[in-house]
Design a protein around this ligand. Sequence first.
Ligand code: ZN
Ligand code: ZN
Length: 279
Amino acid sequence: MIGTTLPRPASTDRLRLNWIQSFLVVSLHVCGLLCFWIWPRAIDLALFLGLYFCTTFAIGIGYHRLLTHRGFKCNTWLRRILTWMGAAALQGGPARWARIHRRHHQATDKHGDPHTPLMGFLHAHMGWIMRRDAEEGSDYRELVPDVSGDDPWLRVLDKGALFTLPWFLTGIFCYVLAGWRGVLWGTIARTLTLWHFTWCINSVCHVWGQRPNNTKDESRNVWWLGLATFGEGWHNNHHARPTAAVHGWQWYEVDLSGYVIRLLARVGIIWQVVRAPRG
Ligand SMILES: [Zn+2]
Ligand SMILES: [Zn+2]
């Protein structure tokens, strides 16, 4: 358990809301309450699971391990598919996501970390998303020019609120296949579920869990988050070797994204995979 704290945001900072993200976070949670009354049919569950798998892999393999940490190389079409599916998780455009996450690695659990639990558990979990980022108003594509490059299919997702476009497309897909109940489970409930599991990496994985590597931060391995996020929960491993494309280093550290990366490398679809120190 962490013992020190960092100053919490001043009250004036708390009021500096990111209106687009605050609206999305609040309204989606309100809509999600309908799940307590409207139970899923088989097709709704299939949409929930299918899109959860696609977007969780896309955030872990695409946004995180490929774009942010450059853990492997792939061709343009695969990068575009992973990035658009990642945007369908409604976690912001790829350059903004990568920039904020790189700042987390540069100053982990120190001043400048956008979401350390040392500023409060709720701040680390979801509070930071509803506030304006320290670099809000900047063109994130220029701050991390390697992420989108000059690829218009990637750059468009960091323009205004266009990162929501792939998410709306999944909503239309669910509506066409299964009506409004399909939208509720396949889009809203699926997004909320992945949001909270992803946010747990920033909150839970810096407070509770195992620390097999002696990193200079509070990062932890949390097995159940390793399962739920397809490998992102092995967060202490990840902080020990951020560029390694595989996060589960022991046979029992289940890392579905890592297994997919190994498979894609074996068949030659991706290459130059940055290897983990063991496992
Ligand atoms: Zn971390
Ligand atoms: Zn990372």
